[in-house]
Design a protein around this ligand. Sequence first.
Ligand code: ADP
Ligand code: MG
Length: 456
Amino acid sequence: MTDTRKSADYILAKLQGVTKMYSQPDHYDILVLDDINLTIFKGQFVALLGPSGSGKSTLLRIVTGLSQPSFGTVLYRGRPVTRPNPRAAMVFQSFALYPWLTVQQNVELGLTAKGIPLAERRQKALRLIDLIGLNGYEEAFPKELSGGMRQRVGFARALAVDPELLCMDEPFSALDFLTAENLRSELLDLWLDDKISLQSILMVTHGIEEAVYMADRIIVLSTNPARIVADLAVNLPHPRNRKSSDFIYLVDHVYKIVTAGDRPPHSPLNLVPSRLQDPESEDRAQLKPIPYGHLSMLSGLLELVSDRGGRDDLYRLGSELLLEVDGLLPVTDTAELFHLATVAEGDLILTEQGRQFAEVDVSARKQIIRRELLNIPLFRLILRVLSAKTNHAMSKDFFTDILEEHFSQDQAERQLALAINWARFADLFHYDTDSELLYLADDQLAEAGDWDTAVR
Ligand code: ADP
Ligand code: MG
């Protein structure tokens, strides 16, 4: 990047108090973006980092004018953005190519929309196809291309319109490791060499390393709802060395911010306003989302940390378990929920119960999880209902309906599926896929007396 571009500090886009709510069929409004204030300067490569579901794509759509905020404004070069911004282009994770169009036709699309004459269009598309390393494939259809080549078409299409602002929504995450690595460095070359007209890049990612490797600035978003929790400059020179101590330090630093973020792990703060006027039972009123942690992963994680003396750095753990922060957080949230570990300053620290868990056999582990599940409102509710019924069975829909009072339909189904999975592990209740019934078997029922006194 030339010095002028780097030092140019005027504003390309500015978000003021951008707030986005989605209304749900059940009258809840979900607050997705909460008061986002962000200025994007010319010459910057900005990475937006946050867990999935935090609202990154929503924010990107709002910046490009594809979607409007509920409150607040987006200014582009000082003017309010009220429709899709022709000076911004988008690259999608899923490539979003038209299967019935050739590579060349896909690249020409944006130019056609702009009314650029055929000859000029042709020439421009060919130049971009060449630049992005796809020459020879002009007449190919997307299905004949590998994922990496399809994403090259995605880049060429976005760059063909000479955008000032390139928005990318997890553009490398659908690609295999080597292909992604290749494309990252090629895109960086294009950006740094000034071969293209770009003024700024805004890239959504959930990869911390990717952000530190590519961006000049990293914006960290919290989730439920998304707020900006950190705004960091990355001043490392390109090409960046992932093994350098500065790089590792910064990755670790961002990791701490992401894991410590003002994330309210088990509270549905994104539901406004609350509509719990039917507190038939306390458990129903206290329903909170359970984190999407897999128990096998939980066991693996705790064993690993136990081997390390009961405490280890989350970032290191994540990379050893080949997990992005996205994949690791639900597991550490689950460990916290079960009182097996706590997270502090980017480290995972086992509790006494966590140390035990790591050492005992599977049946003892089931006992620990079982005890913990009995304290979680969702499981108490299910057990109460099942033991109150004479046949000790109840349809899955009954519970999804209850959950849908608190969560979106999609989330309600995922929550219940996860609850069933955990309950199976802990032998708390059964689920029959054919009849779609949750039920208590005789031995489970025999123990129901215990839990009933235990939870009351
Ligand atoms: P990310 O890109 O960070 O994964 P998204 O911006 O896609 O997150 O979504 C953020 C939240 O907003 C999610 O909970 C999602 O379910 C919700 N959401 C996104 N789009 C809509 C929509 N059109 N209607 C209702 N909810 C939506
Ligand atoms: Mg997204």
